[in-house]
Design a protein around this ligand. Structure first.
Ligand code: AP5
Ligand code: ZN
Length: 214
């Protein structure tokens, strides 16, 4: 399947992605993860992206479309994919459609992680990440066995630089202004499924499975 996950920061896209990937055997492309890796490695792309990311603003369409265009060439992404955090503007959605048109395929489903803004600050400020695997924890909702430590490797967990209440405000603003129109764009194609993203992770997973098996 060819899937897009859309939702505000902290809505659970990254939490559900590995489960969907394991079950449906797809490639998982998360532009945020790819950009953070580029920033950490100080590549030319990372240097260009860092300022916007630190402020909670979107990186330019050209940069992210370039990343996705390149990543989609991987053989594992030919039969299906999960896009997590892309497209985030209508321009990105249009460019994705053009890319897929060339391959004679299209997006099957857009999963809309619907959730109230008020819940997100607690989710974002409590998030801890194992950087090399991308495994995500939460101090209250998904605590690691040993605080501050990855369950599998025992390595230290970190917090994202943009996971502060102040930066979350601009990330949410960007979501409402630039990304919500993308949901309308796909609604017109009748491929959007609503997920109750405020429910516990297991319930959201069950909803995802229901949508994808129908
Ligand atoms: P990105 O990395 O995509 O961040 P985001 O969209 O803000 O989303 P998050 O990763 O914060 O949230 P998530 O939905 O994955 O939440 P998670 O599952 O981890 O983008 C970062 C930046 O990169 C952007 O600001 C922008 O600058 C740039 N960028 C990226 N893509 C771009 C693009 N296409 N165009 C332009 N710029 C782009 O969950 C959060 C926490 O909650 C975790 O701790 C988790 O354990 C917990 N949790 C998850 N689900 C539940 C639940 N159901 N109940 C309770 N707790 C839960
Ligand atoms: Zn994420």
């Amino acid at each position: 399947k060819r899937l897009i996950l859309i939702g505000p920061p902290g809505s659970g896209k990254g939490t559900q992605s590995p489960i969907i990937k394991d079950e449906f055997c797809l490639c998982h492309l998360a532009t945020g993860d790819m950009l953070r890796a580029a920033v950490a490695a100080k590549t030319p792309l990372g240097i260009k992206a860092k300022e916007a990311m630190d402020k909670g603003e979107l990186v330019s369409d050209d940069l992210v479309v370039g990343i996705i265009d390149e990543a989609m060439k991987k053989p594992s992404c030919q039969k299906g994919f999960i896009l997590d955090g892309f497209p985030r503007t209508v321009v990105q959605a249009q460019k994705l459609d053009k890319m897929l048109e060339k391959q004679g395929v299209k997006v099957d489903k857009v999963l809309n992680f619907a959730i109230d803004d008020a819940i997100l600050e607690e989710r974002i400020t409590g998030r801890w990440i194992h950087p090399s695997s991308g495994r995500t924890y939460h101090t209250k909702f998904a605590p690691p066995k040993v605080p501050g430590t990855d369950d599998v490797t025992g390595e230290p967990l970190i917090q994202r630089k943009d996971d502060t209440a102040a930066v979350l405000k601009s990330r949410l603003e960007a979501f409402h202004r630039q990304t919500e129109p993308v949901i309308d764009y796909y609604s017109k194609k009748s491929i959007v499924a609503q997920l109750p993203a405020e429910k516990p992770p297991k319930d959201v997973t069950a909803e995802v499975q229901k949508v994808l098996s129908s």
